[in-house]
Write a protein that binds this ligand. Structure first.
Ligand SMILES: [Zn+2]
Length: 91
């Protein structure tokens, strides 16, 4: 794994911890930083990162804290507190 990919993983962990601690602004900062690193290094974001971040407001989503997850027709529908939804195939 490249240094950039490791930083992205680490920022995802930090963002999750910040959200759990109630510091969502700090979590957004980590999410945005990780996205910038991915872009600059032409890396795709890890699946976990894509699924647990909000494309609309850059929040790191922690179900039960700032997001809801519903299962519907073989999909997981993740709703952020900002109101944005994202649908993913459920595995
Ligand atoms: Zn959001």
């Amino acid at each position: 794994m490249s240094v950039a990919a490791e930083r992205i993983e680490r920022l995802g962990d930090l963002a999750r911890e910040a959200t759990r601690a109630g510091d969502e602004e700090r979590a957004r900062y980590y999410v945005r930083l990780a996205r910038r690193i991915a872009e600059r290094n032409r890396l795709s974001l890890p699946r976990r990162f894509k699924r647990f971040t909000c494309d609309a407001c850059d929040a790191y989503l922690v179900p039960g804290r700032n997001a809801r997850v519903r299962l519907q027709d073989g999909h997981a529908v993740v709703t952020c507190d900002c109101g944005a939804h994202a649908r993913y195939p459920y595995e």
